[in-house]
Design a protein around this ligand. Sequence first.
Ligand code: 13P
Ligand code: 13P
Ligand code: MG
Ligand code: MG
Length: 368
Amino acid sequence: MKTTISVIKADIGSIGGHICPSARLMETVDNYLSEHGSDLLSDRYVSYTGDDIAIVSTHQRGANNERIHKLCWEAFMAGTEVAKSQGLYGAGQDLLKDSFAGNVRGMGPAVAELEFEERPNEPFLFFAADKTDPGAYNFPLYMAFADPMNTPGLMLSPSMAEGFRFVIMDVNYTEGDRVIDLNAPEDLYSIATLLRDPERYVVESIWSRGAREQSVAVSTSRLHNIAGKYTGKDDPVMLVRVQKDFPATGEVLAPFAIGHYVAGSMRGSHQMPLMPVPLNSGISYFDGPPVVSCAAFAMHQGKMTEPVDAFAHPFWDTVRKQVSKKAIGMRQQGFFGAAMLPMSELEYTGIVEKLDVLDKRFTVRRSV
Ligand code: 13P
Ligand code: 13P
Ligand code: MG
Ligand code: MG
């Protein structure tokens, strides 16, 4: 019997602007799942990262299952009512459709799912990021699955020696899922060529070529593709099965020590470094900096252990200090140059109307 891990995540309202959900909101979502999901789910874990609530669930119903998706959608709907009653900001922000239609993909919430035959021991990591978008994982995934400078397992582990298959999505294409399969190591330069543009090309999944097993699933939704305007960032979630045929936990965590620059922060419109934070952390400086949390689990027959907070270890205190310095450094140049995202990313915001008005006021000087 295959086990499925489904992560479904939404921003349904938060305290003090876009900081974090209220305790009552968290309770409401969790209570809804225990009241209505006990016969559907093997297990669940509800947490928040910034203003986003993520439901990690395990079950035997496969990916894209209507009943699992509907359960989570309705838990978020129930939460939205509480968010409204508490006057939370952006109540129901990510629930972009009026009624549920079979699957939450394309309706606003972010989704990442893995379906697999459980190994005798099954360690996995659940990542959630706020104030950024799915391309934020391109860099750490490239390092963890394709670069032996980061991942010695690519040299030392016989089962990893065959490399990994990257499935990369063109998230600008809105007619359907436009994807390409590329193999590391032989397609390394092609993988690099695409992943350097994280606003357009996003890692959707990664597979072990030796074991023919999936390790990684990333949520790839783009909210502005659904809504046609800026409605918040796409705040991505990710699942990574680790160890044995896959990179070790430490190899997957290591790239997050760099605090690479990602799209997001204030109004989803800036370049800021990604800060690894403990589970259930809120947001602060400049609606950021963008944050990522990681819960590590072991699992047996769909039952998860308690989560271990991977970024709570004292090592990450130094990283957080360095990321804070990088964030302050970038903010010193305001809206100039690299600090703000390029026009292609801002075109869903009010700046387009402003430029249209200004465009009409330009005059062309005649040369004399
Ligand atoms: P252990 O020998 O403690 O299982 O660790 C193996 C490993 O690969 C850690 O990176
Ligand atoms: P969220 O996408 O996390 O709701 O943030 C929106 C925003 O614009 C923050 O400045
Ligand atoms: Mg929000
Ligand atoms: Mg958010």
